[in-house]
Design a protein around this ligand. Structure first.
Ligand code: ATR
Length: 276
């Protein structure tokens, strides 16, 4: 029996209970996945109570960094990204992981299996927050070397690049349009374009390479304005909801040791997202 859950605040509209319940059924394990909404003022007391009830949990906003001081050990995925989204109890220790970066890469390779065979692949990361950090780290681990960043606040991008000691070009959101033709993969990691502000797109894609892949981690709406624009340009696209599924599947693996086959789940999740 695997009692699991999610901590965060607020927690409305979470699809994680549905995702993990489906995983339990797929691998024929019994378990539960509950939502634990914790108000910031009572974080410490509530977390202690939850730790008595579960063998593992996910962490979402605003606690992905705060949780670090409440657990015993960090996996490399968590130290690399500076944030924890998955915690598991091993013996008497609580261990923190971050499944976002690896989940992102798995979702990308599921759609484009040979992408990383191109050792010269040029990647543009849009954003320099927690999500960008996790994805940057995972790209480096996968041998991707040419990664540039564009971000609203240049200092945030500079800090990220310094933390990874990487040779990365950094551009402002205004300056990037002149360089877009160089990139094979463009990854949008900010919340820009998310409902209800779904008319927004963080950059204009007019000058992209026609063979580029444009990827957006936003999954509400399912197809963001940026992805619509990419499709109009004839580029390939990669949807955010597939990352949601793959990061969940990796967390499930960490908790239960079971690998789940995602087969029809991306389509089922699409239907759920369209209805939500
Ligand atoms: P997360 O952990 O979800 O990545 P975050 O750490 O708050 O969230 O990072 C948010 C990212 O979205 C940052 O790159 C942020 O840009 P700044 O570094 O300039 O803050 C970017 N972002 C958020 N709102 C934005 C907006 N309206 N326009 C441009 N970039 C925005």
């Amino acid at each position: 029996m695997f009692p699991l859950g999610l901590i965060g605040y607020p927690l409305s509209h979470s699809l994680s209970p549905w995702i993990h319940q489906s995983f339990f059924e797929k691998v024929d394990l019994s378990g539960t996945y509950k939502l634990y909404e914790i108000e910031p003022e009572i974080f410490s007391v509530k977390l202690s109570e939850i730790k008595e009830k579960v063998v593992g949990f996910n962490v979402t906003l605003p606690y992905k960094e705060k949780i670090i001081s409440y657990i015993d050990k960090l996996d490399e995925t968590a130290t690399g990204s500076g944030a924890v989204n998955t915690v598991v109890k091993k013996g008497s220790d609580w261990i923190g992981y971050n499944t976002d970066g690896i989940g992102y890469i798995r979702s990308l390779l599921n759609d484009y299996p040979t992408l990383f065979n191109d050792k010269q692949l040029r990647v543009l990361l849009i954003g320099a927050g927690g999500a960008a950090r996790g994805i940057f780290h995972a790209l480096l681990l996968n041998g991707v070397k040419n990664i540039d960043i564009t971000n609203r606040t240049l200092e945030h991008a500079e800090q990220l690049v310094e933390d990874f000691s990487s040779t990365t070009n950094i551009y402002s959101l205004d300056a990037i349009s002149k360089h877009l033709e160089h990139y094979d993969l463009i990854i949008q990691t900010t919340s820009v374009g998310m409902a209800p502000k779904d008319q927004e797109a963080i950059i204009c894609l007019d000058a992209i390479k026609k063979t580029a892949i444009v990827s957006d981690i936003v999954y509400r709406p399912l197809e963001t304005n940026l992805l619509k624009e990419a499709r109009k340009q004839g580029a390939h696209i990669h949807y955010g909801h597939t990352m949601l599924l793959h990061q969940a599947a990796y967390a499930f693996e960490i908790w239960t040791g079971k690998t789940v086959s995602l087969d029809t789940m991306a389509e089922e999740l699409q239907i759920k997202l369209k209805g939500s």
